[in-house]
Design a protein. Structure first.
Length: 150
């Protein structure tokens, strides 16, 4: 039996690299990658501060890049790996993009799509908690540092 090295953990580590890039830029450290047939077709991280745009979440950036790469707006055969549970806006965008699967790391207990009961596309599969501790650690570190600066 052939083992596929490109599993959820592998791709979440790639999303974590994007989150670290956001952290290094002073952005909320959320990273995302979109995968199509075991190949990363989009890499993104939060850019809300740099672009002064509240919609510039990692997922939104990744959806745009993936759609551009594929030449179409639907991402039915793609997997979104994101370090933090998507918010209502990003979950809504995933609905319209018809993303095939969402894999996320840390849960967002206040503003995550599951708490707010945001509907995903009926065919979208969800896996949560992949590298949850690592994803959550970077976010906690970021906000702890922000609190200490104020």
């Amino acid at each position: 039996m052939k083992i596929n090295p490109f599993d959820d953990t592998y791709f979440m580590k790639k999303a974590l690299e994007q989150a670290q890039t956001a952290f290094d830029k002073g952005e909320v450290p959320v990273g995302a990658v979109i995968v199509f047939k075991d190949k990363i077709i989009a890499r993104a991280h939060n850019l809300t501060e740099m672009l002064t745009d509240v919609t510039a979440h990692a997922e939104m950036q990744a959806f745009t890049a993936a759609s551009d790469f594929l030449g179409g707006k639907y991402l039915k055969e793609c997997i979104l790996y994101v370090t933090l549970e998507p918010c209502q806006m990003c979950a809504g965008a995933s609905y319209w993009a018809q993303i095939g699967k969402i894999v996320y790391g840390a849960s967002e207990p206040k503003l995550g799509f599951s708490v707010l009961q945001t509907k995903l596309h009926p065919k979208t599969k969800v896996i949560s908690g992949v590298l949850e501790e690592e994803c959550g650690f970077l976010l906690k570190k970021f906000f702890a540092e922000k609190r200490n600066l104020n």
